[in-house]
Design a protein around this ligand. Structure first.
Ligand SMILES: Cc1ncc(COP(=O)(O)O)c(C=O)c1O
Length: 472
C-alpha cells in the first residue's frame, strides 16, 4: 500500500494480516476453506499452472484439505504395496465413479459390470454414459465364465464391487484382475462396503479402488464424499478429468472424512462383529425367507471372503451389511423396515446408526423387475447397515418386528437349503463380540465350532448375549 495514501477502512478490512502458517505440524487437519491462493508474481502463478512448480492455485484444481484426506486413504489402501499409491477425493461416491468412467472410456468402448451393481452406477452407465457411446453389459461377476463371455476387444473396464450392495455377493478380485488384464482392461473395484480394514483391493490385483466415502470412511452420516486410489499414473489421469468436470471434494467435507478415518478400525471391527451375530439370529426366525451375509458359512462368497478379507483376533471381518428377506414379498419388506424401533429407515449406510432400507424401492429403484431378478434381488429384501448400538438391542428389535410379521410366513420352519445357508458352524464368536466391547479368543478365520443356531429366533452355545452390565 502506497505510504502517501493511507488505505480506507474497507481496504484495511479486506487486507487483514494473513493467518500464520505454523512451523509445527498440527495434530488435527487444518481446513483450508479458500477458493483461491495468492502468488507473489504472475511468473510464480504461471509456473504453478504449467506444472513446473508444485502448490495450490484454485480449489477446483487442488485443495490441501482435500489432499490430506486423499493422501490418508491412499496410505490405508496401499500400505502393503511395494510401489506408491495415490488418490483423489470427490464430492460424492458417484462423482468418483463417473469420473473414472469419463477418464477411461469413450465412444465405442465397452464396460463389463455386475448385474447387482449399486443402482446409481447402473443408472450412470445405462442412462448417461450410454448417450456418449459407452456400452455396458451387466453380468453376474461371481460367475467368471459370464465375465469372460462378456468381454470384447473394446472392453476398457471390468467393474466389480468387493461386496455387492445389497446382495452381499463377494467378488473374486484376483480372478477378475487376471481376466481384465488379459484383455488389456482395468479392474475397477467399488469397495464402499468393504473399507480398507476389511479389504484392500489393490493388494488383490485391482487397478483402482473407489469408495463412497459418505459411508464407512466418514462413518457418521454427516458428510458426502468419494475417493479413488491407485497407481500415480492412473490417478493423475483421473485428476485431469476431475479438474475439467468439477466434482471436487470441499474442504469442510474433507476435514470430516479425514477425521473419520482415525476411528475406522474401531468402528468397523465392532460393526462386523455385531453384524455376524445379528445375521445368525435373524436367519432362524420363521418369518425370514433368506438372509444374505458373507459371514454365514452357507453364503456363496464365504470362502472368497475368508481368502480376501482381513482377520483380527475376532476372526474374519465380513462387513456389516446384512440383507434380510422376509416371507411375504414387497409388502412384508416394507413392514419389516417400518416396525423397527432401533433400526431407522434412512438413506445411506456405514454410519454409527443402524439404518435400513427396502431395497427395491430405494437404492435399487433404477432396476426394473427384470434387472432385479437378474441381480438376484427379492422385492421384499431389506438392507440392514449395522451400526454401533448394542447388538442385543438390535436383535431384540428385529425379532419384535419379525414376530409381528409372522403371519406372512407359511407357518413352517425355513426349508433345509435355507438353513444350510445360515448355520453358524465354523465361526468363532462370543457374547462379548456382540457387544463389541471386547474381543474373544485368538480366532482364526472360519475356525472353531462355536455359534450353531438352535431353534427359531434363538442362539444357543457360545454366542450368548450376556447383560449389558456384565459387558460394561
Ligand atoms: C456401493 C456404493 N457405491 C457408490 C455409492 C454412491 O455414493 P454417494 O452416494 O456418495 O454418491 C453408494 C451409495 O449408496 C454405494 O452404496
Amino acid at each position: 500500500m502506497a505510504s502517501d495514501h493511507p488505505p480506507g477502512e474497507n481496504t484495511r478490512a479486506v487486507h487483514l494480516p494473513p493467518a500464520p502458517v505454523p512451523a509445527q505440524q498440527p495434530l488435527g487437519t487444518p481446513v483450508y476453506r479458500t477458493a483461491a491462493f495468492a502468488f507473489s508474481s504472475s511468473a510464480e502463478y504461471a509456473a504453478l499452472l504449467s506444472g513446473e512448480t508444485a502448490g495450490y492455485s484454485y480449489s477446483r484444481i487442488d485443495n490441501p484439505t482435500a489432499d490430506a484426506f486423499a493422501t490418508a486413504v491412499a496410505a490405508l489402501e496401499g500400505h502393503r504395496l511395494p510401489g506408491p499409491t495415490a488418490a483423489q477425493g470427490f464430492a460424492s461416491g458417484m462423482a468418483a465413479i463417473s469420473t473414472v468412467f469419463w477418464t477411461f472410456t469413450g465412444a465405442g468402448t465397452h464396460v463389463v459390470a455386475p448385474a447387482a451393481v449399486y443402482g446409481g452406477t447402473y443408472g450412470f452407465l445405462r442412462h448417461v454414459a450410454a448417450r456418449f457411446g459407452v456400452q455396458a453389459d451387466f453380468v453376474d461377476v461371481t460367475d467368471l465364465d459370464q465375465v469372460r463371455a462378456a468381454l470384447r476387444p473394446e472392453t476398457r473396464i471390468v467393474y466389480a464391487e468387493t461386496v455387492a450392495n445389497p446382495t452381499t455377493a463377494v467378488a473374486d478380485l484376483p480372478a477378475l484382475a487376471e481376466i481384465a488384464h488379459r484383455q488389456g482392461a482395468l479392474l475397477v473395484v467399488d469397495s464402499t462396503m468393504a473399507p480398507p480394514v476389511v479389504c484392500r483391493p489393490l493388494e488383490h490385483g485391482a487397478d483402482l479402488v473407489l469408495h463412497s466415502a459418505t459411508k464407512y470412511l466418514g462413518g457418521h452420516s454427516d458428510t458426502t464424499g468419494g475417493v479413488v486410489s491407485g497407481a500415480p499414473g492412473l490417478i493423475s489421469q483421473i485428476r485431469a478429468v476431475r479438474i475439467d468436470t468439477g466434482g471436487i471434494l470441499a474442504p469442510d467435507e474433507a476435514f470430516l472424512l479425514r477425521r473419520g478415518l482415525e476411528t475406522l478400525p474401531l468402528r468397523v471391527r465392532r460393526q462386523c462383529s455385531t453384524a455376524m451375530l445379528f445375521a445368525a439370529a435373524v436367519a432362524r426366525h420363521p418369518a425370514v425367507r433368506r438372509v444374505d451375509y458373507p459371514g454365514l458359512p452357507g453364503h456363496p462368497g464365504h470362502q472368497t471372503a475368508i481368502r480376501l478379507f482381513d482377520a483380527g483376533p475376532e476372526g474374519t471381518r465380513f462387513g456389516a451389511i446384512v440383507s434380510v428377506t422376509p416371507h411375504g414379498g414387497r409388502q412384508a419388506g416394507y413392514e419389516l423396515a417400518d416396525r423397527l424401533r432401533v433400526g431407522q429407515v434412512a438413506t445411506s449406510l456405514g454410519g454409527t446408526h443402524t439404518v435400513v432400507s427396502h431395497v427395491a424401492s430405494t437404492t435399487h429403484r433404477q432396476f426394473d423387475d427384470a434387472a432385479l431378478a437378474a441381480a438376484g434381488m427379492d422385492p421384499g429384501a431389506v438392507r440392514f447397515s449395522i451400526g454401533l448400538e448394542d447388538g442385543e438391542d438390535l436383535i431384540a428389535d428385529v425379532h419384535q418386528a419379525l414376530d409381528a410379521l409372522a403371519g406372512h410366513g407359511d407357518g413352517t420352519e425355513p426349508d433345509r437349503a435355507e438353513l444350510d445357508r445360515t448355520e453358524l458352524a465354523g465361526t468363532k464368536l462370543s457374547g462379548a463380540e456382540l457387544s463389541g466391547a471386547e474381543l474373544s479368543g485368538a480366532g482364526e478365520a472360519g475356525g472353531g465350532t462355536a455359534g450353531r443356531l438352535d431353534g427359531p429366533g434363538g442362539l444357543s452355545g457360545t454366542p450368548s448375549l450376556g447383560s449389558r452390565e456384565e459387558r460394561a
